[in-house]
Design a protein around this ligand. Structure first.
Ligand code: GL2
Length: 830
C-alpha cells in the first residue's frame, strides 16, 4: 500500500542525479540563492565551495536514500565497523570522483567564474583521527561502499578533531584547537529525531538468572549525524553514523528556579563534554575517565541502534549473529561485549549462556599494535563507579572463562593469571584486549609479521586455548581512489593512457597495474613517468615556498618521512642521519661536494601534546633545518623542512612528490604502516626496516626495488637485554653516531643542553636500538644515492613499484573481511 498521497506524483518528484552541466550550474546557483542567501556579486570561494558542496550533497542524498531503502527491504546480513577514529580528510573532490562528476562540475564552476581547485581547497579536513588507525577506517568505508557491501561505520562526532599544530620560532610544537565545524558541515545529515539514552554511574541490583537492574546515575542523549559514503562509480552509498552527546534535559529546573544558574547548566555541560574532543594520543593509552565515558557512550548508542534495526526485521533474537557482524577497531569499543550481554540478558530476557553464544558469534576484533603502552587497561574502581552493571558482567564472563581454562589446563595458576580479564593488584585492572579476544569469534592483526607477533606474544596463551585458527591476518590496504586518482591525477591519467583500459576498471581492480611492467624499460614511457614525478615535486615545492619563503631545489632527490612522532618510528634515526650527512658534506672540498647527489628531506607529523621526547625531536629537526638551510657551503646539496600541521590534505601533496620515503621503525614495532603503501603506489621507493607491511611490499615489488636495513625482529629482544645489562658506550659501539650526538650537544644547532634528554634516550637504554641500526641505515642511504645516480634505473624501479602494488588496495582487504569474517554479500542497488 502506498503510504501517502499519489504514488505517481511522489515518484516523479524524486530527484535523480542530474549530470549535465546546465543542471549542475542551475543547482549551484539555486543553492547560492536559497541555502546561502547570497547572489552572484557576493559569493567568494568559500561561498562557492558551500554551494557546490550542497549541490553535490543533493546527489549523494538521492543515492544514499535509494541505497538505504533498498537494503532495508532486502534485510541482508550487515556489518558494522566500530571505530573511535575516522580520519576522512576532505570530501568534495572525493565525492566528485566517486560520482564521476568531476569533469562536469569543472565546466560548471568555470561558467560561474570559479576554479574548481580553488573551491576544493576551501574545505577543512574532517580530522577525527590521530593517524594510521583512523585513516584505515576511512579507507575501509570507501572500499565497502565501492564493493557494494552493506557496511555502516559508527563513531563519535567530535566537536574538535586532532589539534592544529603550530611551530613556534624556537621549534616548539604548539597546539591549537581544530574547530572544524565552525563553518557548517555540508556532508552530514543531523538526525535530531534519532536519539538514544545512555546511562552512567548509578547502581546495579542483581536479580535471579544472571539478570540485573541498572538504575540511577546520569543519563545523557546520543544524537545521530549521518555522513554519506559514496562508492566509486556505483549508486551504492553507505552510511557513517557519528554520535553527538547532549543533555537529556536542557537544564536542571530545580536549581534554575532557586536562582542557581551555574548549577542549573552544570550537568548539561558535563553531558556535552563527552563528545567535545578527540584524544590526541596515537599508539598510547591514556586512562582518563572522560575517555572511558566516550567509549561507553559510543558503544551503547551504536549497539542500541543496531539492536533496533535488527528487531525491525522481525527475526528471532537467536538469529542476531546471522544478520549482524560487528568489527571492533582495536580495543576501544570492547565495552560493546558486556553491553550486548546486558541488552540481551537484562532487556531481552535471553538466558546467559544463549546470550554469550550470540555475543561471541557477533564480534570480530582487530589488534593494531603490540606496543605495551597502547594496550588498554582500566582500573576496576573507575569502571565499577562509571558502569556498575558492566563490571558485574565482566566478572561473570571472567569467572566462566577461567573455569573453562582451568578444565583445559588443570592447576596452571600462572596461566590463569595471565589470561584473566582482571589483572590482580591494588587496584585491579580490566584488560581490554583479553575481554575483546574472549568476546570475539576471530582476532586479526594487520600485516603478516604483526599477526604472527600477536599469535606468539600478546595472545600466545589464547592461541593455546582456542587453537590457532581464531587468530588470523588481514594485511591493511589503502583506497586507490584517494591515494592515486585524487591525489595524483597526472599519474592516474598516464596509467590509464598506457594500460589502454578505462580508469574505472583498474581503480577497482588494482592488480591491473601489473600491465605497466611491460613498459618499464620503454624510454618514452619512462620520460613521461619522470615528468609526472617532476611536476608533483614542483607542486610540493610551490607549497613550501608559499609557506616558508624558501626556494626548493626540485632537481634534488625528495626524501620524505611523514607520520606521527613516536620514538618507535625513529624520526631520530632520520634526523641523526641528516646531521651525519651534513657533517660529511662540510668535511668535503667544494669539488668533492659537486659529485654529491643533492637531497631535500621533508618531515611532517604531530606529537601527542604530553609526549615530551617526541616534541623535543620536532624541535631538533626544526633547529637543525635552520642551520643547514642557511649554510652556503652545503645548502645546494642538502636542505630540510619540517612542514607543520600534517593532515590528510598535506599528505595528498607530499606523497605524489616523494622519490624515496622512510619507514624505519625498530623491527617488530610498526604493526603495518599504511603510508608506506601510499608512497609506493605513487612510485616513491621505500627505505625501511624489515617491519610491518614493508615486508609484504618488498615481497610484491621485489627486494631489489626497496632499500632494507637494520636488525630483524628476532634479534631485537636480545639486543635490548644486552643494552640493559651489558651496556657499551656509543663511542665504542658506533663512533660516527657518537660524533653526531656530540655535535648536537656542543651547540652546533643551538643550545645543546635542550636536547640532552632526547640524546640520552639513545646514549643510555636506547630501547629502540638507534645505535644498533645506525651504521646499516647510513649504508642504506648511500645505496639510495648510488641507485639515484642511474636515472633510468631509478625510474624503472619506480614504475615496477607502482605496478606491483595491487595487493594493497583496501578493496582486497575489505573483501577479505566480508568473506572470511563477516559473511556478508554484495548488494547491487538497481
Ligand atoms: C596503528 C599502527 O601503529 C599502524 O602500524 C597500523 O598501520 C595502523 C592501522 O592498522 O594502526 N595502531 C595504532 O594504534 N595506530 C596506528 O596507526 N594509531
Amino acid at each position: 500500500i502506498w503510504p501517502r498521497g499519489d504514488e505517481k506524483t511522489w515518484k516523479e518528484g524524486i530527484r535523480g542525479v542530474d549530470s549535465d552541466v546546465p543542471s549542475i550550474t542551475k543547482s549551484i546557483v539555486n543553492h547560492v540563492q536559497t541555502s546561502l542567501a547570497r547572489q552572484a556579486y557576493n559569493v567568494d570561494n568559500v561561498g562557492a565551495y558551500q554551494a557546490v558542496a550542497l549541490s553535490v550533497r543533493d546527489d549523494l542524498i538521492a543515492n544514499w536514500n535509494e541505497t538505504q531503502l533498498y537494503t532495508t527491504n532486502k534485510t541482508p546480513k550487515r556489518a558494522y565497523y566500530l571505530s573511535l577514529e575516522f580520519l576522512m580528510g576532505r570530501t568534495l573532490d572525493n565525492a566528485l570522483l566517486n560520482l564521476g562528476l568531476k569533469q562536469k562540475y569543472n565546466e560548471g564552476v568555470e561558467k560561474l567564474g570559479f576554479n574548481l581547485e580553488d573551491i576544493v581547497d576551501c574545505e577543512r579536513d574532517a580530522a577525527l583521527g590521530n593517524g594510521g588507525l583512523g585513516r584505515l577506517a576511512a579507507c575501509y568505508l570507501d572500499s565497502s561502499a565501492t564493493q557494494e557491501l552493506p557496511v555502516w561505520g559508527y563513531g563519535l562526532r567530535y566537536k574538535y578533531g586532532i589539534f592544529q599544530q603550530l611551530i613556534a620560532p624556537d621549534g616548539s610544537q604548539l597546539e591549537a584547537p581544530d574547530p572544524w565545524l565552525n563553518n557548517q558541515n555540508p556532508w552530514e545529515l543531523p538526525r535530531l529525531d534519532v536519539t538514544i539514552e545512555v546511562r552512567f554511574y548509578g547502581h546495579a541490583e542483581r536479580l535471579d538468572k544472571g539478570k540485573a537492574i541498572w538504575s540511577g546515575g546520569q543519563e545523557v542523549l546520543a544524537v545521530a549525524y549521518d555522513v554519506m559514503i559514496p562508492g566509486y562509480h556505483t549508486k551504492n552509498t553507505n552510511n557513517l553514523r557519528l554520535w553527538e552527546s547532549k543533555p537529556k534535559r536542557g537544564f536542571d529546573l530545580d536549581s534554575f528556579n532557586a536562582g542557581d544558574y551555574d548549577r542549573a547548566v552544570a550537568s548539561s555541560t558535563s553531558a556535552e563534554n563527552i563528545t567535545s574532543v578527540l584524544y590526541p594520543n596515537d599508539n598510547t593509552y591514556i586512562g582518563k575517565e572522560l575517555r572511558l565515558k566516550q567509549q561507553y557512550f559510543w558503544t551503547a548508542a551504536s549497539l542500541s541502534d543496531i539492536m533496533r534495526r535488527f528487531k525491525n526485521t522481525g527475526k528471532n533474537i537467536s538469529e542476531f549473529p546471522d544478520f549482524v557482524a560487528i568489527q571492533l577497531n582495536d580495543t576501544h569499543p570492547t565495552l560493546a561485549v558486556p553491553e550486548l550481554m546486558r541488552l540481551l540478558v537484562d532487556e531481552e530476557d535471553v538466558p546467559w549462556d544463549k546470550a554469550w553464544k550470540i555475543v561471541t558469534n557477533t564480534f570480530f576484533f582487530t589488534n593494531h599494535t603490540v606496543l605495551p603502552e597502547a594496550l588498554e587497561k582500566w582500573p576496576v574502581p573507575l569502571m565499577q563507579n562509571l558502569l556498575p552493571r558492566h563490571m558485574q558482567i565482566i566478572f561473570d564472563i571472567n569467572l566462566q572463562f577461567l573455569q573453562s581454562v582451568e578444565r583445559k589446563f588443570p592447576g596452571d595458576r600462572d596461566r590463569l593469571a595471565r589470561m584473566s580479564i582482571i589483572q590482580e593488584g591494588t587496584p585491579q585492572y580490566v584488560r581490554m584486549a583479553n575481554l575483546a579476544c574472549i568476546g570475539s569469534r576471530k582476532v586479526n592483526g594487520v600485516a603478516e609479521l604483526h599477526s604472527e607477533l600477536v599469535r606468539t606474544t600478546i595472545m600466545k596463551d589464547f592461541v593455546d586455548y582456542y587453537g590457532v585458527s581464531k587468530f588470523q591476518n588481514v594485511t591493511n590496504g589503502i583506497t586507490p581512489r584517494r591515494w592515486l586518482d585524487q591525489c595524483n591525477p597526472l599519474l592516474s591519467d598516464l596509467i590509464t593512457e598506457t594500460l589502454k583500459i578505462k580508469k574505472e576498471v583498474w581503480l577497482r581492480d588494482l592488480y591491473k597495474l601489473e600491465g605497466l611492467l611491460k613498459f618499464a624499460d620503454d624510454p618514452t614511457f619512462q620520460k613521461k613517468w619522470a615528468a609526472v614525478k617532476q611536476s608533483n615535486k614542483e607542486r610540493l615545492a610551490h607549497h613550501v615556498e608559499t609557506q616558508f619563503g624558501i626556494k626548493v631545489n626540485t632537481s634534488a632527490m625528495f626524501d620524505v618521512q611523514v607520520k606521527r612522532l613516536h620514538e618507535y618510528k625513529r624520526q631520530t634515526l632520520n634526523i641523526l642521519g641528516v646531521v651525519h650527512r651534513y657533517l660529511t658534506l662540510k668535511a668535503m672540498s667544494p669539488a668533492e661536494r659537486k659529485k654529491v647527489n643533492p637531497r631535500v628531506v621533508f618531515f611532517a607529523g604531530k606529537a601527542a601534546p604530553g609526549y615530551y621526547i617526541a616534541k623535543l625531536t620536532i624541535k631538533l629537526i626544526v633547529n637543525v633545518a635552520r642551520v643547514i638551510n642557511e649554510d652556503p657551503d652545503t645548502k645546494e646539496y642538502l636542505s630540510m623542512f619540517f612542514l607543520p600541521d600534517y593532515s590528510v590534505s598535506l599528505a595528498e601533496i607530499l606523497i605524489p612528490a616523494s622519490e624515496v620515503s622512510q619507514h624505519i621503525s625498530t623491527a617488530g614495532t610498526e604493526a603495518s604502516g599504511t603510508s608506506n603503501m601510499k608512497f609506493c603506489l605513487n612510485g616513491g621507493l621505500l627505505l625501511g626496516t624489515v617491519d610491518g607491511a614493508n615486508i609484504e611490499i618488498a615481497e610484491e615489488v621485489g627486494e631489489s626495488n626497496v632499500f632494507f636495513f637494520g636488525h630483524l625482529t628476532p634479534a631485537v629482544e636480545e639486543l635490548r637485554y644486552k643494552h640493559t645489562y651489558h651496556p657499551v658506550p656509543v663511542e665504542e659501539k658506533c663512533p660516527p653516531l657518537a660524533k653526531v650526538l656530540n655535535e648536537i650537544s656542543s651547540g652546533r644547532f643551538g643550545d645543546g643542553s635542550v636536547y640532552e634528554p632526547l640524546l640520552n634516550t639513545i646514549r643510555q637504554v636506547d630501547y629502540y636500538l638507534v645505535t644498533e641500526d645506525f651504521d646499516s641505515y647510513i649504508r642504506a642511504l648511500e645505496m639510495v644515492d648510488t641507485a639515484y645516480q642511474d636515472r633510468n634505473g631509478w625510474i624503472k624501479k619506480s614504475i615496477c613499484t607502482t605496478a606491483k602494488m595491487g595487493k594493497f588496495s583496501s578493496d582486497r582487504a575489505i573483501m577479505n573481511y566480508a568473506e572470511e569474517y563477516w559473511n556478508i554479500e554484495q548488494i547491487k542497488v538497481p
